[in-house]
Design a protein around this ligand. Structure first.
Ligand code: SF4
Length: 105
């Protein structure tokens, strides 16, 4: 996820899933304190919202190295209303995200 305001691939708080949101925020804060790389913040963020399947597959693979993969995946499965790649899942491929959705890209 990028901090750029014009980025469509941006995590936004949701009132529907405050626990998932809080968990993800804590993980992101810890990663920042530990100076860990968040791939979608440090790579070409366009991969995560690209219309090209190959780009999204590359983003899925990069997510697998992310220190906040699990809380990010839990969040996107909870909110269901985002598009692009989140938590290693391509929401274009997993239109009906649920807790058992693809365990690996
Ligand atoms: S798991 Fe993927 S989408 Fe989620 S924060 Fe990490 S790199 Fe970004």
């Amino acid at each position: 996820m990028s901090g750029r305001s014009d980025d469509h691939h941006a995590i936004r708080p949701t009132a529907d899933h405050p626990a998932l949101w809080s968990s993800l925020q804590r993980a992101l804060t810890q990663a920042a304190e530990d100076r860990q790389e968040i791939p979608c913040q440090s790579d070409d963020a366009r991969l995560w919202s690209s219309r090209r399947r190959e780009d999204r597959e590359a983003a899925c693979w990069r997510c697998r190295t992310c220190p906040v993969l699990e809380p990010c995946r839990a969040w996107v499965i909870g909110v269901r209303e985002v598009s692009g790649v989140w938590g290693g899942l391509d929401t274009h491929r997993h239109q009906h995200l649920h807790p058992n959705a693809g365990r690996a890209p």
